[in-house]
Design a binder for this molecule. Structure first.
Ligand SMILES: Cc1cc2nc3c(=O)[nH]c(=O)nc-3n(C[C@H](O)[C@H](O)[C@H](O)COP(=O)(O)OP(=O)(O)OC[C@H]3O[C@@H](n4cnc5c(N)ncnc54)[C@H](O)[C@@H]3O)c2cc1C
Length: 416
């Protein structure tokens, strides 16, 4: 079949690869000049398959109110966003904060995450892709042992899926991340997920796009899709500024913008753009033992510190502000300050790359890997804060769905 993939982020490129490998003629179209130029550009670099959890979680509504009252808290919401269509998204989000829904959603995410980890490993072995990956787990820091122990339902769920997750004392955390032993911001305990990994999402996406091109995938850059054209409820073509492109089947992997392409077709996919920030710092002494070794997620601020090669990426914050490009410089200062408090003896250069992006977030945190009511129009969208983590598994699931192959996951769990 001739398949058109809209979007060359990590989700579109992995989708294109798996579809190409199963014998289809694939074309990827993107409005930017290269792959991974939008949300996949400089995310927090966590491949946190086993730590994966929906943001819509019990206790989050209360915490969110508390964060909103802080001047530079991890969560912000503008009044403009409240007045707009995101209000109904927020109500759905609150509904998914119930314990029963949370655990169901978490299970779906972890299962997809585990599939993704094994697919990513297979891709690395097959193609020898270098994406500065490390396999040292994720360490989640809590202010007290009591708070870490409150995660017991999550830990039980993970153990039932055969996943390791261990509560550690502050001293044990420092053994895993020696740089924390000098930190000036105290913590009481940690939760360690040893199966998780880290890696550079942009590097991976751009390398995989090169392999895909060599394998016959065609990339069209600098062209926006304005409209999906259907006839008698069957996909026909896409309309771009430079004319129509027809295909047998189309996959929309346009991140946050998937919503805009679906709306004229009366397909409702609740994706809300949640803005986040990152800074990337060069390590002056890359071999120093007190440098961050893997990902450290500081629970109180929800800021993640990740080692990528000779750099450290610090990312976080959640702002519900539509697509506003107005950057809050204080966010970058907070990222830097938290890094310095946790790793005061890590030496970094003065050139810091600043970035912000929009997470394509569904209220339940579940991506939609699905067919639609339009025949031959498929989705691989809505990966929220976990798109890099879930990319390879999502692409495998999508390809199996299109090829009508069985998959160890349940297609219905990710359906529209
Ligand atoms: C601060 C921050 C930290 C994060 N940290 C992590 C992390 O540590 N681990 C993790 O797993 N995830 C993380 N994420 C989330 C992850 O980055 C995203 O889920 C992922 O990048 C989404 O990929 P995507 O391909 O769906 O979207 P994108 O990367 O945004 O790609 C969509 C592509 O579609 C194209 N497009 C859109 N509309 C059109 C159109 N009409 N025509 C043509 N092309 C179009 C765009 O140009 C773009 O290239 C983070 C996100 C943020 C913001």
């Amino acid at each position: 079949m001739q398949i058109l993939v809209i979007g060359a982020g990590v989700i579109g490129v992995t989708s294109a690869w798996y579809l190409n490998q199963s014998g289809h003629q694939v074309t990827v179209i993107d409005s930017h000049q290269a792959p991974a130029m939008q949300t996949s550009f400089a995310n927090a670099a966590m491949l946190s398959a086993t730590m994966a959890a929906p943001w819509s979680a019990p206790g989050i509504p209360i915490k969110a109110l508390h964060w909103l009252l802080q001047t530079n808290g991890p969560f912000k919401i503008t009044s403009q966003a409240m007045r707009s269509r995101y209000f109904s998204w927020l109500l759905q989000f609150l509904n998914h904060c119930r314990q029963s829904k949370y655990l169901l959603n978490k299970q779906k995410l972890v299962k997809l995450g585990l599939l993704s980890l094994s697919e990513l490993q297979a891709l690395k072995t097959q193609l020898n892709i270098d994406y500065s990956d490390r396999h040292l787990g994720t360490l989640q820091l809590y202010s007290s042992r009591y708070k870490a122990q409150a995660m017991e339902k999550d830990i039980d769920l993970l153990h039932s899926l055969g996943v390791s997750a261990n509560i550690l004392s502050a001293g044990q955390c420092q053994q895993i991340e020696p740089g924390l032993s000098r930190c000036t911001r105290s913590f009481g305990a940690g939760l360690h997920y040893p199966q998780d990994a880290t890696g550079n999402c942009r590097l991976f996406t751009q390398s995989l796009a090169q392999h895909a091109q060599q394998a016959g995938v065609k990339f069209i850059f600098n062209q926006s899709v304005n409209k999906i054209i259907e006839h008698n409820h069957c996909f026909k073509a896409v309309q771009t500024e430079q004319g129509e492109i027809s295909a047998d089947l189309c996959v929309i992997a346009a991140g946050c913008h998937t919503v805009n392409l679906l709306k004229p077709l009366y397909i409702n996919l609740p994706i809300c753009p949640i803005r986040g920030y990152s800074i990337t710092l060069p390590l002056t002494v890359p071999d120093a033992s007190n440098n961050p070794q893997s990902t450290i997620l500081h629970e109180d601020t929800k800021i993640a510190i990740t080692r990528i090669g000779n750099q450290v990426r610090v990312g976080g914050m959640a702002e519900l502000a539509g697509y506003s490009q107005e950057i809050n410089q204080k966010r970058f200062q907070l990222l830097e300050q938290t890094f310095k408090q946790l790793f005061p003896f890590t030496k970094v250069g003065s050139a810091h790359d600043h970035w912000f992006g929009f997470r394509p977030m569904t209220p339940d945190a579940i991506p939609r890997i699905s067919n639609t009511k339009i025949k031959n129009l498929y989705l691989n969208s809505g990966h929220g804060s976990l798109g890099w983590t879930l990319a390879a598994g999502s692409a495998r699931l999508l390809a199996d769905l299109i090829n009508q192959q069985p998959n160890r996951l349940n297609y219905q769990d990710y359906a529209l």
